[in-house]
Design a protein around this ligand. Structure first.
Ligand code: FAD
Length: 495
């Protein structure tokens, strides 16, 4: 199809709201098969900024852009009652530097780099450190309450949770975000699945072709923000990229996180990165019934984790992702997290109250023998493991334990004793995704910017590798979502 000269779409023409028939669109560099599959819709609408995905990254981008006066539409493939994607299900914790100082920011970045084995995205960690305090304040300015930050040793990172409590705040955040966006004139289109990006002849992205209740519609804009989240719900991606068995892993979040944005971006020439191997997955050991909120992450570094044979198998202080991945290797792929009264007081009250609210069992016993019976562990092995662990604890570490524990080690000796059991591994999020720069602009594999195309959130960066420190994904979504929104507005202004 060769468009006539005067029917070509220019970015300036779009800004001015010139309505051209969809048949006049140039399909630019689309793969011919993709182009042939999609009929050319008769309906089209024009905005400044088209955001795909109503999760935290998408809503943050949309709110940032709408606050600057841009005409914004948010396309969401789920129904309105399922607005918010995985962000809606999240614990709602943001990670922050311990203080608003350069030294604290440097510590925060260094800890993220260490957790991600030096292969995480240092530039994005620095942006997270630089912006997150102001961005949490921005949420508050928009009527979203966030609880005071709590330190999370051994990391030099604090977490601040959306009020009123862990796993109860995100629905409140989304109600408020939606109301605020609508006050600013932004539109939500639910049940609208973005299928393909629309490119102009000069290779700029100028819209999205989506299918929804009204059939196929083109949503045009001077910029498009992909905020479609990760691909934990796409077993083909998991099996092809992560591990042949990864498709069988339990997924904690929404089943429709299928990496649509990655595919669309790739169709427009974007590079994808960081998707290979289990290092591209965040895996946590969770309650098998309530796989989202039944998650004792805060307790893991202090407790001991015991497999079906009654043995420890990982340094729990390395955090809940390393722990979750280690559970994959254990018999029956399950574990029991054991702790005592002092650990309860130090680190477990919040988790116990969440478990209790959800009707999940928190096992409690006056002796380890009784606890072993309650959770079905071999009594002698459990007692021997805890005894030998206790003997090796010195000065807050257990270097001679098997395996050693480098920090946060305390003797498990003061009744009552507690256990979360059984815990099983589940994918929380995926780490790989669309290559972006520090302005959230989507890049081709060779580093060239694709004009008009931005991406943010779980499926963009990529940001993390192998592991992360809790709260990092929400911080990334908020910080990079706002940056994408700002960049989208600047594209609109210069178009
Ligand atoms: C149970 C659970 C708890 C978590 N807790 C935390 C936490 O406390 N702290 C933390 O940092 N991280 C946490 N995470 C991870 C974090 O929630 C996610 O990484 C983050 O919310 C992803 O946000 P997002 O905006 O990128 O994507 P999402 O929130 O998943 O939003 C993407 C949206 O895009 C929509 N979409 C997808 N494809 C299309 C398409 N083709 N067309 C239109 N719409 C589309 C989806 O339906 C979805 O609504 C948790 C994850 C889970 C599952």
């Amino acid at each position: 199809m060769t468009p006539s000269i005067d029917s070509r779409i220019t970015r300036r023409g779009l800004l001015g709201g010139i309505g051209l028939g969809a048949g006049a669109l140039s399909l630019g560099s689309f793969h011919p098969v993709q182009a042939a599959l999609l009929p050319e819709p008769e309906q089209s609408e024009t905005f400044d900024v088209v955001v795909i995905g109503s999760g935290l990254a998408g809503c943050s981008a949309a709110l940032e852009a709408a606050s600057s006066g841009a005409r914004v539409v948010v396309l969401e493939k789920a129904s309105q009652s399922r607005m918010g994607g995985n962000s809606f299900l999240a614990g709602g914790s943001f990670s922050l530097p311990l203080a608003e100082t350069d030294a604290a920011r440097a510590d925060y970045v260094a800890d993220y780099e260490a957790y991600t084995l030096g292969r995480g995205n240092a530039a994005i960690f620095a942006l997270m450190a630089q912006h997150i305090h102001a961005d949490v304040a921005w949420l508050k300015d928009n009527g979203i309450e966030v609880l005071p930050a709590v330190e999370r040793p051994p990391n030099r990172v604090a977490t601040a949770t959306v009020a009123p409590a862990s796993f109860a705040g995100m629905p409140v955040l989304f109600r408020r975000m939606k109301a605020r966006l609508e006050e600013l004139g932004a539109r939500f289109v639910f049940d609208a699945k973005a299928r393909q990006l629309i490119m102009s002849e000069d290779g700029a992205v100028v819209g999205v072709r989506a299918i929804g209740r009204r059939g196929m519609v083109d949503y045009r804009g001077t910029s498009v923000v992909i905020a479609t989240g990760g691909y934990a719900g796409n077993s083909q991606f998991l099996e092809s990229y992560s591990d042949p068995n990864a498709g069988a892993l339990m997924v904690r979040g929404i089943p429709h996180a299928t990496g649509d944005g990655l595919l669309m971006a790739q169709g427009a020439g974007a590079g994808l990165k960081g998707m290979g191997g289990l290092m591209a997955l965040h895996i946590a050991a969770v309650d098998g019934v309530e796989t989202a909120a039944g998650q004792p992450a805060a307790v893991v570094p202090y407790a001991v984790s015991i497999n079906r044979n009654g043995r420890r198998f990982v340094d729990e202080s390395l955090g809940y992702v390393t722990h979750g991945k280690a559970v994959l290797e254990q018999p029956g792929q399950s574990t029991t997290l054991v702790f005592d009264q002092p650990i309860r007081e130090k680190a477990a009250e919040g988790v116990i109250s969440t478990f209790t609210r959800l009707g999940l069992t928190v096992h409690q016993a006056d002796t380890l023998e009784e606890l072993a019976e309650k959770v079905g562990l071999p009594t002698a092995a459990l007692q021997e493991t805890i005894e030998s662990f206790n003997q090796s604890v010195e000065n807050g570490a257990a270097p001679a334990a098997n395996p050693p524990k480098r920090t946060l080690a305390t003797r498990i000796e003061t009744a009552p004793f507690y256990a979360f059991s059984p815990l099983v591994p589940g994918i929380t999020l995926t780490f790989g995704g669309i290559m972006i720069d520090e302005r959230a602009r989507v890049l081709e594999a060779d580093g060239r910017v694709i004009p008009g195309l931005l991406a943010a959130g779980e499926g963009a960066g990529p940001v993390f590798f192998q592991d992360y420190i809790g709260g990092g994904s929400m911080t990334n979504c908020l910080v990079m979502g706002r940056i994408a929104g700002r960049e989208a507005v600047s594209v609109t202004r210069t178009a």
